[in-house]
Design a protein around this ligand. Structure first.
Ligand SMILES: NC(=O)c1ccc[n+]([C@@H]2O[C@H](COP(=O)([O-])OP(=O)(O)OC[C@H]3O[C@@H](n4cnc5c(N)ncnc54)[C@H](O)[C@@H]3O)[C@@H](O)[C@H]2O)c1
Length: 388
């Protein structure tokens, strides 16, 4: 995804890629070559991101690493005075989200979180339609994502890391474990030390739309989740392949559901969300949104998407960097809010399905046993960023 991001940055004439960083030499070499051949740009290679941050002519850092790395790389980039485009979910824990918001505010950093749906025309139009009150009283929002990739990988034995891969640097603050190919490139998403499964991977994109549509800027009053591994119990994953989460807010509930191992879903959509109002419902995904009237109270309508959302998200960020405007389409607080919702759902399910009330000021749950999930212990001599 780091490369996919960069490609949209390079569509802008005033963007030069001066450095590429990855812990995998093979990937570094192939991307350096591609950058030279397709874009006529010569970037230096790095395996340790901290050295990039010393570059004086570097304005922007794109963070497209696995989720367990985002926080450290983000905080260090902010403190080095760079603007940051950070992939979603902004972090792999609630505590890291808070550390990142703190750092961005402390260093006055212009941040864009890679929740590109925020820049999509059709999502913006849908949100406006909801905010105008057209759906009547909305009592429920359903959000779902069903993707095989989060359950079906075949587990394999540990092996030495491939030549050219600095696996210690891949692990970073995560616990030291042997290399395992089934948890590496992209597949880390479904192991708790590196990711949070479909709820943090797709959930943040979609919960973000639910929270935006419902004008929610606060955490839920209560979260309750039940999860299990039922579709592919022997598939390589720790995160739940079957998971339901309910968030209680003052006047409505938000439900999340994920099924990893099947790829069908409500209204023929394997992922999406549905706002349910007294006048009608909206069902939406990245392709379109539909208005489904409640007994003739609205007119049925289907509005198609414009596929330029990612490009527009990057353009919005570059404009904000140029104008030193921190109000990007998806600032760090927005990324933090929906990431915390996602983590809270996973925590309730990991606690065996108990309802949880979370207090962000004291960074604690009403059930103290759940507090261990709020902030990870950092390993391998990496230090959790200071927040004071
Ligand atoms: N916005 C979107 O629609 C979208 C889509 C896909 C992925 N993502 C996000 O992008 C991020 C990356 O996902 P991915 O699918 O590209 O994963 P990936 O595993 O394919 O790529 C991550 C890369 O980071 C490298 N890496 C690991 N540790 C590093 C370190 N310390 N320094 C430098 N490089 C390091 C890995 O070698 C790998 O090449 C994730 O946070 C993911 O959620 C966002």
């Amino acid at each position: 995804m780091g490369w996919a991001n960069l490609v949209d940055f390079l569509k802008h004439k005033n963007v030069n890629c001066v450095a590429l960083c990855d812990v995998n030499q093979e990937l570094l070499d192939s991307r350096t070559k591609e950058l030279q051949e397709k874009y006529n740009q010569k970037a230096s290679q790095y395996k340790d991101y901290r050295h990039i941050l010393d570059l004086k002519d570097l304005d922007i850092v794109i963070i497209g690493t696995p989720d367990h790395w985002h926080c450290l790389q983000f905080v260090d980039s902010c403190s080095a005075g760079k603007s940051v485009y950070v992939e979603k979910p902004i972090a792999n824990s609630i505590g890291e989200c808070n550390a990142m918001v703190h750092a961005a505010n402390r260093y006055n950093t212009v941040v864009q979180v890679g929740q590109q749906q925020r820049s999509a025309k059709h999502w913006n139009e849908m949100i406006q339609y909801i905010h105008e009150g057209n759906l009547g009283t909305i009592g429920q929002v359903n959000v779902w994502a069903n993707f095989n990739y989060a359950a079906i990988a075949t587990p394999v034995a540990d092996t030495p890391a491939p030549d050219g891969v600095d696996f210690d640097m891949w692990l970073g603050p995560a616990p030291k474990v042997p290399f395992n190919a089934a948890k590496f490139n992209g597949l880390w998403r479904v192991y708790w030390d590196y990711g949070g499964g479909l709820l943090t991977d797709w959930g943040v994109h979609l919960l973000d739309m639910a929270l935006w549509g419902m004008k929610v800027n606060n955490l839920p009053n209560k979260t309750i989740a039940i999860g299990g591994n039922y579709f592919y119990p022997k598939g390589g994953h720790e995160t739940f392949d079957s998971l339901n989460v309910t968030y209680q807010l003052d006047d409505f509930v938000i439900n999340w559901s994920n099924n990893a191992g099947i790829e069908t879903g409500l209204g023929g959509r394997n992922y999406g969300l549905m706002f349910r109002g007294t006048n009608g419902s909206i069902v939406a995904d990245r392709n379109n949104w539909e208005i489904i009237p409640e007994s003739g109270k609205l007119e049925y309508k289907k509005i198609d998407a414009d596929p330029k959302d990612h490009e527009d998200h990057v353009t919005n960020f570059l404009h904000c960097v140029d104008t030193k405007n921190r109000s990007t389409a998806c600032p760090v607080e927005v990324g933090s809010l929906c990431a915390k919702y996602a983590h809270m759902g996973n925590i309730s399910a990991r606690m065996g399905g108990i309802p949880l009330i979370y207090n962000d000021k004291s960074m604690s749950f009403d059930n103290t046993a759940a507090n261990r999930f709020i902030q990870p212990e950092y390993h391998n001599s990496w230090q959790f960023p200071k927040t004071k």
